[in-house]
Design a binder for this molecule. Structure first.
Ligand code: ADP
Length: 211
């Protein structure tokens, strides 16, 4: 969050003299209280200043950077995930390539009948298969997918930060968002969404635009 010159002066005054009333801040800046109100509202909403009735404004101790960091750490995967694109375990490599083009995604999740997550297929997995002299229409996708237990997953309750860290640490482009359902011993891992590097890049752009 980038503060305007006036907002920075307000923060300085409140840091030095707080708790301080809006009337006194206005006096210091030779402004009317009405002219000051939008800036005070922004600074309070951003969490940089706090207002207490009958006491006045005081500095929260949080820089704009801290406020943005707290915002990022508070975001959950459930707030940002997109719909997963899946293929069945019976799909061929050819089917998977078609699905990747039609759905315009870079990673497919392979699910068994009943919805259990079995594997992940990336663009390069499919390219590698296509480079061999094999019949792609006869080759099951299960032959080339990355399978359990090697799949890196995330849940809707996890933070977006944790998802971004897993993407970077494991050098993958996408994570399936999963929900484990069913009784112990017979748990099923359902795919309920996906988080990709695009998701994180979009968030970065939105933060840059102050959204
Ligand atoms: P690409 O292979 O197109 O560069 P990735 O970097 O995402 O795309 O994939 C690299 C490898 O990691 C592939 O073999 C793929 O099957 C596997 N992979 C992709 N996503 C995951 C994931 N979430 N968990 C485990 N392995 C994955």
């Amino acid at each position: 969050m980038k503060l305007t010159g006036r907002q920075e002066r307000i923060v300085e005054i409140v840091k030095d003299l707080g708790p301080i009333s809006s009337g006194r801040i206005a006096q210091k800046l030779n402004l009317t209280r009405g002219a000051l109100r939008p800036d005070l509202a922004i600074l309070t909403m951003a969490g940089i200043l706090e207002a207490r009735p009958k006491v006045g404004y005081f500095y929260s101790g949080k820089s704009p950077q801290t406020v943005v960091a707290e915002h990022i750490l508070g975001l959950r995967v459930r707030d940002l995930k997109s719909v997963p694109v899946v293929v069945s375990q019976q799909a061929t490599v050819y089917d998977s390539i078609v699905t990747m083009f039609v759905e315009d995604v870079g990673t497919l999740f392979v699910v068994a009948e009943g919805g259990n997550l079995e594997g992940v297929v990336s663009r390069k997995d499919l390219l590698k298969a296509a480079m061999g002299n094999t019949n792609l229409k006869a080759m099951p996708v299960t032959v080339i997918m990355t399978r359990r237990p090697h799949i890196v997953t995330i849940t809707a309750d996890d933070t977006v930060y944790a998802a971004a860290k897993k993407l970077i640490d494991n050098e993958v482009d996408a994570l399936p968002v999963v929900r484990v359902v069913g009784p112990g011993g017979q748990e099923k891992t359902e795919v309920v969404g996906r988080i990709t590097k695009t998701t994180i890049t979009r968030l970065f752009v939105e933060l840059g635009e102050g959204k």
